[in-house]
Design a protein around this ligand. Structure first.
Ligand SMILES: Cc1ncc(COP(=O)(O)O)c(C=O)c1O
Length: 503
């Protein structure tokens, strides 16, 4: 299925009547009641409804917000043993997001991913994963001691984009490793690509093991028929969503959703308590409650508007010579759907790297992409964008094309770690984390096992993992990213002069 010229998204004429319950926001409403009360506060936080706060912050952010920055007062329930307004808000969220049970997270999808791994895998248990996991998954492997069985994801040589896992590859690896306890997928990818989640769920369930999906970039899925389906609706047992990345929740506010019996829900609750603060931020929690209400009552309409903006941007940008708005490749396993609210624009034809184009657009037009890479820029369009943003994006890119006229096209960039299979590993990430380590010049480190994660951020997909053997290609790729202005994170020496390796 090609989405080169996707059809104009359909706008629902009639909104389905949301249940009356979905129009409530129990957690937000209770928080506001508490914030309006005048009390003699002898509890945390220390600023006491803003009274003790630095005046600049009160001026800048307003008193109302500070009055709502409250702790777990009896009326406000307890995130780790919910029985009041949090429990009510989570039930409504589960209904709205197609789950049987939902947990609110105040430490992003990161917390959900850590807890999902801790709840399903113990030390030494095998978990099947694409090599393109986010670095939070690596943290989950270190914390749990789970043994990753990495599978190379699908790769589109034309665009350089990485897709999901092909079900045939997963089937083969499951046959070879009868001890795999769980499978985790990333769907969608940062660029909005979804793989073969439904077929992989079927394979997992045939073996009685859960399918966990990092759906950090897909909390809007399922709210419009032109968006890819939700992982849970395709058979996933658990999905983690960064509500803050794409919907209207505050930064760090996220959710984990579960269906079925393959994930032990008590163990998931226990694991979430291990990785989250005992002082969850109620502003974040209340923003999740309101986002749920917004999506349950207006989600389809809002997504129709976003899809229309994205469609218009795609049409206008595809007319610009030298730019390529990347589409879903035809008939490639591991590439089953594309979230059309993600625009990935390939700038190789302009003779620029994604990093150079990003800097120019930001400096000259205030257009800020989510993800610059060596060859592309990915823009997230969401319910917060307006047509003026699209006009600015398009005029910025028109001028970028004019500025770059006459340059030579940049050659394709090969991602060393993904299209030639998965790299050799010396030990698990946890063993590497606790092993004796030493620091070496990065060139001398080639052939040794890395002791740390080395990760261009964004997208946060590690090029080197703890325990993985350092290759010439990986070092060259990192150097190239660094030379173009990309940010490298995760490692002690971010200049990449040195690397920690295993002794
Ligand atoms: C694929 C993926 N998974 C998980 C995360 C972590 O999400 P959060 O920032 O909400 O903790 C990210 C963050 O960028 C991501 O891109």
């Amino acid at each position: 299925m090609s989405q080169d010229s996707p059809e104009r998204p359909s706008v629902p004429l009639e909104l389905p009547g949301p249940s009356l319950l979905q129009q409530k926001a129990p957690l937000f409403e209770q928080l506001q009641d508490c914030a309006r009360r005048t009390t003699a506060p002898f509890h945390t936080p220390g600023h006491k409804a803003g009274q003790g706060m630095d005046a600049s912050l009160v001026d800048a952010w307003g008193e109302a917000m500070l009055r709502a920055d409250l702790p777990e007062l009896p009326e406000l329930d307890n995130l780790f043993a919910p029985s009041g307004v949090i429990a009510e808000a989570q039930v409504l969220a589960a209904q709205a997001f197609g789950a049987e049970q939902t947990w609110f997270l105040t430490n992003g999808s990161t917390a959900g991913i850590l807890a999902a791994i801790l709840a399903t895998c113990g030390p030494g248990d095998a978990i099947l994963l694409p090599r393109t996991v986010h670095c939070s998954v690596v943290s989950g492997l270190i914390l749990s001691g789970a043994r990753p069985v990495f599978v190379a994801p699908a790769y589109d040589a034309l665009s350089g984009l990485v897709g999901g896992l092909a079900a045939a590859d997963v089937a083969q690896v499951l046959e070879q490793h009868a001890d795999i306890r769980a499978v985790m997928l990333v769907a969608p990818s940062y660029e909005g690509i979804c793989g073969e989640t439904g077929a992989i769920a079927h394979l997992c369930h045939g073996r009685g093991i859960p399918l966990l999906v990092d759906e950090a970039h897909g909390p809007h899925f399922g709210f419009h028929s032109d968006l890819p389906p939700r992982a849970l609706s395709l058979g996933a047992d658990l999905a983690v969503q960064s509500t803050h990345k794409v919907l209207s929740a505050l930064t760090q506010a996220a959710m984990v959703h579960v269906r079925g019996e393959l994930v032990d829900r008590d163990r998931l609750s226990q694991s979430l308590a291990l990785v989250q603060s005992t002082s969850p931020n109620y502003l974040l929690l209340a923003s999740l409650d309101l986002t749920r209400r917004q999506m349950a009552t207006q989600g389809e309409q809002l997504m129709a508007q976003t899809l229309t903006l994205a469609w218009e941007a795609r049409q206008r940008l595809s007319l610009l010579p030298g730019l390529w708005v990347v589409s879903l490749p035809d008939d490639l396993p591991g590439f089953t759907a594309l979230d059309l609210t993600r625009l990935t624009v390939d700038v190789r034809g302009l003779g620029l790297s994604g990093f150079e184009a990003d800097e120019w657009l930001c400096h000259h037009h205030g257009v800020i992409a989510e993800l610059p890479s060596l060859t592309q820029l990915t823009f997230i369009l969401s319910l917060g964008n307006r047509s003026a943003d699209i006009d600015r994006l398009v005029s910025g890119l028109i001028e970028l094309c004019e500025m770059a006229e006459g340059r030579n096209r940049i050659a394709p960039v090969k991602l060393p770690q993904f299209d030639d299979g998965v790299p050799e590993v010396a030990c698990t990430p946890r063993q590497a984390f606790y092993a004796k380590q030493k620091v070496m010049g990065i060139e001398q480190a080639i052939g040794h096992a890395a002791a740390e994660t080395v990760c261009p951020y964004p997208p946060g997909i590690p090029v080197l993992l703890p325990g993985e053997v350092v290759t010439v290609e990986a070092v060259a790729y990192l150097r190239q990213i660094q030379a173009q202005g990309g940010v490298i994170s995760g490692c002690a020496d971010e200049t990449l002069a040195t690397l920690r390796v295993l002794v």
